[in-house]
Design a protein around this ligand. Structure first.
Ligand code: XLS
Ligand code: NI
Ligand code: NI
Length: 437
């Protein structure tokens, strides 16, 4: 089958590690079982509408380079509807079952809210048709509250009430459309919810407003019967100097402080972890241990470029770390691995979209198998368990149970003397990980 939009590119087959065909999977074999689930069930790949269909690949020094022959570049609804079919042909050929979008990626922003809403409805009709024809599902939807000029000082945290209200109205509509399309989730990424300088900022008021917006959304979700998950996506900076949802810990603290914990979990993006000065594994661990790891934006940054380069993940070490955390939480429920990633500006041909996604999917297939093998092997887990075993009995058990006092600790040390410690064995453990990679 050739198709209308990507002629000459077949449905990508699995050919195994010996294949030298660049348009074939070497490791991702959708129906192959790893443990008790197939790769496809574990990984729940999603394709990002904004990057795949709408990113012209401009960078701060030059304009768009991407060749997308199906797109006439206009803001017409007809162009937006046609693009839906290019997106779905792409996903079918590459074998991705979910997608994610912002309202303004799928449909144009027109002269006023009513016109933009009507355009969104018209494109949603087409999305629904394409979903029904292909079985592809919506992982999550969201509203773009950062591109339009009105949001130049934020949306939920804008100092202007009318801008807040506009953003809230956009969230309302995006939620309705996500609900109508059977979306499994809805993301809040506060694109400009932060500040450029504290000299003009009432931080307390801005944070209270942001919480109000989320509470309104939670209320509306219940009102319309949307059962999908709500996620908040941490990012520390860019475009703002400081963004309130800086990292997993900051988001969790914000949710707790404002009575939203349990209503939202986290959608964690690798490149944002890097910008926050954390590893992705750290960000995932913080969220998982709080019972709040919802979904993942699976990309990667560049070690030498200081911004959100949104590259496709290729490091097996990285994908292994990610999948260890995913497997340890028992797998995704509503979430998945959304490739919030774009080709490099130099990779401007449509076929590059295939190479990029194939590489990301293969990297995650290997990460999944490796993580599964490491967990099955059990040496890492038993090392960690053993490392803390002094808390399983005696004074340690009393400390954990909350029954030990400072006096008890003093009496214990006076009786037992100087404590002994053992090696943390970092190098040995890293060697074990490399046995599997
Ligand atoms: C940008 C964000 C964005 C969110 C969705 O850096 O990653 O793409 O995922 O609004
Ligand atoms: Ni993202
Ligand atoms: Ni990003």
């Amino acid at each position: 089958m050739s198709g209308e939009f990507f002629p000459g590119i077949p449905t990508i087959p699995f050919e195994g590690p010996k294949s030298r065909n660049p348009l074939a999977f070497k490791h991702y074999n959708a129906e192959e079982k790893v443990g008790d689930k197939t790769m496809k069930e574990h990984l729940r790949f999603a394709c990002a509408y904004w990057h795949t269909m709408r990113n012209g690949l401009a960078d701060p020094f030059g304009g768009a380079t991407a060749e997308r022959p199906w797109d006439d570049g206009s803001d017409s609804v007809a162009n937006a509807q046609k693009r839906v079919w290019a997106m779905f042909e792409f996903m079918q050929k590459v074998g991705i079952d979910f997608y994610c979008f912002h309202d303004r990626d799928v449909a144009p922003e027109l002269n006023d809210l009513a016109a933009s809403n009507a355009a969104l409805d018209a494109v949603a009709d087409e999305l629904l048709k394409a979903q029904q024809q292909t079985g592809i599902k919506l992982l999550w939807g969201t509203a773009c509250l950062f591109s339009h000029k009105r949001y130049n000082q934020g949306a939920g945290t804008s100092p202007y009430a009318d801008v807040f209200a506009y953003g809230a109205a956009q969230v309302k509509k995006a939620l309705e459309v996500t609900h109508r399309l059977g979306g499994e989730g809805y993301v809040f990424w506060g694109g400009r919810e932060g500040y450029a300088t504290l000299w003009n900022t009432d931080m307390k008021r801005e944070l209270d407003h942001l919480a109000r917006l989320l509470h309104m959304a939670v209320d509306y979700k219940k009102k319309i019967g949307f059962k999908g998950a709500f996620y908040i996506e941490p990012k520390p900076r860019e475009p703002s100097t400081h963004q309130y949802d800086s990292d997993s810990a900051a988001c969790l603290n914000f949710l707790r402080e404002h009575g939203l914990i349990g209503e939202l979990s986290l959608n964690i993006e690798t490149n944002h972890a890097t910008l926050a000065g954390h590893t992705m594994m750290h960000e995932l661990r913080v969220a998982r241990e709080a019972g709040a790891l919802g979904s993942i934006d699976a990309n990667t940054g560049d070690e030498l470029i200081g911004w959100d380069t949104d590259q496709f993940p290729t490091s097996i070490y990285l994908t292994t770390q990610i999948m260890i955390e995913v497997l340890r939480m028992g797998g995704f429920t509503t979430g998945g691995l959304n490739f919030d990633a774009k080709c490099r500006r130099e990779s401007f041909e449509p076929v590059d979209l295939f190479h990029a996604h194939i590489g990301g999917m293969d990297a995650f297939a290997r990460g999944l198998k490796t993580a599964h093998a490491i967990i099955q092997d059990g040496r890492i887990d038993s090392f960690v368990k053993d490392r803390y075993s002094s808390f399983d009995s005696g004074i340690g058990a009393k400390i954990e149970a909350g029954t030990a006092t400072l006096e008890d600790c003093e009496a214990h040390i006076l009786a037992t003397g100087e404590p002994s410690t053992r090696s943390g064995r970092q190098e040995m453990l890293e060697n074990i990980i490399n046995e599997f990679i």
